[in-house]
Write a new protein. Structure first.
Length: 439
């Protein structure tokens, strides 16, 4: 009896703790995670880097302008021997040069390589946005699945608590009947063993609930990883109105992995275009404006200064570099590989969509079947309890009726959760996973 009271006290404490927890909805979890999740924050920063890189200057479309200044001095000994006359020695030739100026360099044309580089940076910018979206979609899918896992584990805990109550009632009846001699000690011991087993299972299930709660706090990046929270929803809501034709069409148009693959193909084509630009001549502009002052320590000229602009064009063509044809061939192969990879991703997504769709349909049917089984199991348990109270049913068969009811409730709970996981996967593959933010 002392052990029984200890178990009941533990169950009561667990129930009180659950009542004090913070109640949160799926939408609240997702909104919090979108602000705090570290993967999303990192992805957004990487997107900002790609946006900062998508500039004309980074692509080489703009000129470079430099300001420079310098000073140089020399102290030379100069020996001059004329054909006629004496040798002249100048040991104090102290020359100085001061210069300052602006220089401008600009590639006016290089076979459209600069334009190809700029377009590549723009593609990378758009890929940065898509990668952020992909990270967000993965987060929404993971958190939604874990939210409904928390519901599943909580409902399972509730079922185990119900099992404890049934076992406790059976133990009470058995003890009372044992006292008056209707039941044997074997019946009493079996009832106590079953009650202890159900109580142990209930207490172990609390660990699964806590683990799911910790995972939700981790995904939301809560500072308190052990923050108490329970799901606002008490049932696993399954969308049974999904349509194959709509999902397939939406996958082709909206799936982020396919969109990223399209940009990878475009980048490969731009890389090929950049390599081909070396088949054309280049034209470069160089201009400057500066001032130079020379001070001479010897000779007839003491000072000389120059001020003014200079400009020039450089037209050239690379006749041979030994690598051009090889790089062009490789670039063409890269384009082919990008197309193959895109087709491979689409085929893989179609296979995943088909598999999850079949599992989704099967689990919907399983849910319908298990609902009928639960109704039958409840009725069977009620009949068994009546016979047990009358002494017409042995304890083993009573336990079997109880177990059949709990197994039926466990199967329908598992089927509902599996159906929800299939639904989440179908929504993610079709590019509709963000709809959970607005439910």
């Amino acid at each position: 009896m002392k052990y029984l009271l200890t178990i009941l006290a533990a169950i009561g404490i667990a129930a009180n703790v659950a009542a004090q927890q913070n109640i949160i909805s799926l939408k609240e979890c997702l909104e919090t995670g979108l602000k705090q999740n570290y993967d999303i924050l990192i992805s957004r920063n990487e997107q900002r880097i790609s946006e900062n890189n998508a500039t004309a200057a980074n692509a080489g479309m703009l000129p470079t302008l430099a300001l420079s200044a310098g000073y140089m001095t020399s102290a030379d000994r100069t020996d001059t021997t004329p054909r006629e006359g004496d040798k002249v020695v100048d040991a104090a030739a102290f020359d100085q040069t001061v210069d300052v100026g602006l220089s401008l360099n600009w590639t006016l044309f290089n076979g459209m390589s600069v334009r190809a580089n700029y377009n590549k940076l723009r593609e990378l910018e758009q890929m940065g946005e898509l990668k952020t979206r992909l990270t967000i979609e993965d987060f929404v899918a993971n958190l939604t699945a874990e939210y409904y896992n928390l519901i599943q584990q909580t409902l399972r805990l509730k079922n185990f608590r119900y099992a404890v109550s049934l076992s406790r009632e059976r133990l009470r009846i058995t003890e009372a009947r044992y006292q008056i001699g209707d039941f044997s000690r074997l019946d009493l011991l079996q009832a106590r063993v079953d009650f202890n087993a159900d109580s142990s299972q209930y207490m172990s299930q609390q660990e699964a609930v806590i683990a799911s709660r910790i995972r939700i706090n981790e995904l939301m990046a809560n500072k308190d990883i052990n923050a108490k929270c329970v799901a606002r929803d008490s049932v696993i809501k399954v969308n049974g109105n999904l349509r194959w034709e709509e999902l397939s069409a939406q996958m082709t148009a909206n799936n982020v992995s396919l969109l990223i693959s399209d940009h990878n193909t475009n980048i490969s084509m731009l890389d090929l275009k950049a390599v081909k630009s070396r088949n054309y001549p280049y034209l470069k502009l160089a201009a400057g404006y500066g001032y130079t002052l020379n001070r001479f320590g010897s000779g007839t000229t003491k000072l000389r200064g120059t001020l003014g602009p200079n400009v020039g064009l450089n037209l050239g063509f690379t006749l041979f570099d030994g690598n051009r044809r090889r790089e062009q061939r490789n670039a063409k192969i890269e384009v082919e590989n990008a197309i193959y990879e895109r087709n491979q991703i689409e085929q893989s997504l179609q296979a995943d969509l088909a598999n999850f769709w079949q599992a989704y349909l099967n689990n919907l049917e399983v849910v319908k079947l298990e609902k009928q089984n639960v109704i039958a199991a409840k009725e069977n348990y009620e009949i068994a309890m009546e016979r047990y109270l009358l002494g017409d049913l042995p304890g083993i068969e009573m336990r079997e009726a109880q177990k059949s009811l709990l197994d039926a409730e466990e199967r329908i709970l598992t089927a509902e959760y599996n159906t929800k996981l299939c639904e989440i996967s179908l929504m993610q593959i079709s590019g509709n996973i963000l709809q959970y933010l607005y439910e």
